[in-house]
Design a binder for this molecule. Structure first.
Ligand SMILES: Cc1ncc(COP(=O)(O)OP(=O)(O)O)c(N)n1
Ligand SMILES: Cc1ncsc1CCOP(=O)(O)O
Ligand SMILES: [Mg+2]
Length: 212
């Protein structure tokens, strides 16, 4: 199983990010630009893709991430993660349970869990997750339907009670990286801050600099 030795996870969402003119290009190109700038973990999160499209993208990004020495995670789809020989799977609130994934994948996959509260974080640890995403910390259009963001203070509470790497997600922009890290996050996960930027390389370098 791979090590969780990254601080910045880039999450893909072509539906949300290719609408912006500056980033209207294949997702593989955008991801490659971020990898060139130093990203060491990529999560493919493509809720609207067919299984075949998703598998093809996973295979392609597997080659590219390997070339850059970066980890690859697949949102929700354990089967696709195994097929593509990804490093991990990001389980959501409606995914196969953590213990079932562990039985299926053994130590082939890191298991991340998407969590939105202290209770969910605690539960993820109890059930055997390797790390969690916690959010949405700040307002972000893609999660507006779920109500108010949870705020950065929750990170501190989770870190006190849950012995797992915690990645803050949701509205993480360069100006609030310092805040989430001060509240105890081990790292951050970002979609629009990178993929909607008109200069992916520059903004990626900026995030990485802020995390040093
Ligand atoms: C507050 C909140 N947000 C999102 C969801 C459902 O999605 P989730 O389980 O977080 O999966 P990913 O967004 O990480 O793919 C939820 N249940 N509650
Ligand atoms: C996947 C996810 N989980 C919680 S918020 C979120 C969306 C993050 O997107 P952005 O970085 O654009 O706010
Ligand atoms: Mg989530």
């Amino acid at each position: 199983m791979a090590n969780i030795d990254f601080q910045l996870m880039l999450i893909t969402d072509t539906a949300a990010t290719t609408a912006a003119t500056a980033t209207a290009r294949p997702i593989t190109e955008a991801v490659e630009e971020a990898l060139k700038a130093g990203v060491k973990a990529v999560q493919i999160r493509e809720k609207a893709m067919s299984t075949q499209e998703l598998t093809a993208l996973a295979m392609e990004l597997r080659q590219i991430t390997k070339h850059f020495g970066a980890l690859l995670f697949i949102n929700d789809r354990v089967d696709v993660a195994l097929c593509a020989e990804a490093d991990g799977v990001q389980l959501t609130g409606t995914s196969i349970p953590i213990d079932a994934v562990r039985r299926l994948a053994g130590d082939k996959l890191l298991i991340g869990k998407s969590t939105h509260s202290l209770d969910e974080a605690f539960d993820a640890r109890k059930k055997g997750a390797d790390y969690i995403l916690l959010g949405p910390i700040y307002e972000t259009p893609s999660k507006a339907k779920y109500g108010e963001p949870i705020g950065p203070e929750v990170i501190l509470k989770v870190k006190h009670r849950v012995k797992l790497p915690v990645f803050a997600v949701g509205g993480i922009k360069p100006h609030n990286v310092k805040e989430v890290m001060e509240f105890g996050a081990d790292g951050i996960a970002v979609i629009s801050g990178i993929l909607s930027s008109d200069n992916i390389a520059d903004v990626t370098e900026k995030y990485l600099e802020l995390l040093r």
